[in-house]
Design a protein around this ligand. Sequence first.
Ligand code: SIN
Length: 202
Amino acid sequence: MTANTIAINQRMRHFDGHAQVWVFGYGSLIYKADFPYLERRAARIDGWTRRFWQGSHDHRGTPEAPGRVVTLVAQAGAVCLGMAYLVTPEVFAHLDHREKNGYLRHRVALDFGDGHGADGLVYIADPANAAYLGPAPEADIARHIASAHGPSGPNRDYLLRLADALRALGADDPHVFTIERHLRALDADTVAHAAGPEGGLH
Ligand code: SIN
């Protein structure tokens, strides 16, 4: 599949004719809502788990040196916490552009945790897309993120903002928090090296 999914997403007919649609965000869409919305609510989806397995050519890296961002991987029994936005259909032009590097719209059941739910859409980058990187040890993912940079800024900012947003939601996400811990350990090593053997900053 081409790395640009805009045309495929525009052909998708889910929710055609609906005046309002729920979109579930589980990555940068949790903390960066750069689009108008009618309502915003914490939500969960079942059967999916968040993984830093997608390459980013356009936001947190480049085609030559991709960054790593999250996608969802199907896993029985898993629960993914995120943020849901109720939007009007015009907003999909912006979202399709923002998520164009391999993400496809999927229909999903949202649970708002108060006995209510709704059907909505979620952008998922599956292994068939050209930017997919797949699994790697979490320490390696942290090293990769530490060095990547793209038009939207350093890859590390994506990870740290996501980890903060997940804590604010009360989400337990061992994968994301482990990578965050590795990144902070790398930072501590860098500071220790800069301080030199005596520990003073030269
Ligand atoms: C999402 O946030 O729902 C999709 C992945 C991303 O844009 O980080």
